[in-house]
Ligand binder design. Structure first.
Ligand code: AMP
Length: 146
């Protein structure tokens, strides 16, 4: 099997992200591939819709700054260069697919929880990414305690 050239690692910055990153880093080393990383920030307006007459822009900016700081620290730890880091605002599935297309990634690496048996093996983001992807998707099983 031919190796991968471009890997896109999707990270939610949770405690389990290190496990997912370690797999992607190993894969990139083994295949001598380019490793890109994406973190998607979901706008607060997605959570609250237009129902609450409040301006979320200040909080949104702070969340974004925090996410950028966390992603930098995370990438330093895993030796992922600044020009391979992508932080975007939107829906995770949509943005992960869009960047994978732009980069012509041949695999997306993400985490999967598998907490609730086979039917719910994949979480919602993992499921959404898998279904719309035009490339391979590697779901790294994380956080299971059974
Ligand atoms: P979930 O399906 O929400 O349990 O998430 C599964 C995996 O999708 C996570 O382990 C990450 O690899 C990826 N993911 C979830 N949310 C995001 C996000 N906001 N940005 C980038 N990747 C994400």
């Amino acid at each position: 099997m031919a190796g991968y050239n471009t890997i896109l690692l999707a990270i939610d910055l949770s405690d389990e992200a290190d496990q997912v990153a370690s797999k992607a880093v190993s894969l990139a080393k083994a295949d001598n591939a380019q490793l890109h990383i994406i973190h998607v920030i979901e706008p607060l307006s997605f959570a609250y819709g237009g129902d609450i007459p409040m301006d979320f822009s200040r909080i949104q900016e702070e969340l974004q700054q925090q996410a950028e700081d966390q992603l930098n620290t995370f990438c330093e730890k895993h030796s992922i260069a600044a020009n391979k880091q992508h932080i975007v605002i939107g829906r995770p599935e949509t943005e992960i697919h869009a960047l994978a297309e732009d980069l012509e990634a041949d695999v997306i690496v993400l985490g999967s929880h598998g907490r609730h048996g086979l039917a719910l093996l994949l979480g919602s983001t993992a499921n959404g990414v898998l279904h719309g992807a035009n490339c391979d998707v590697l779901a790294v099983r994380v956080g299971h305690k059974e």
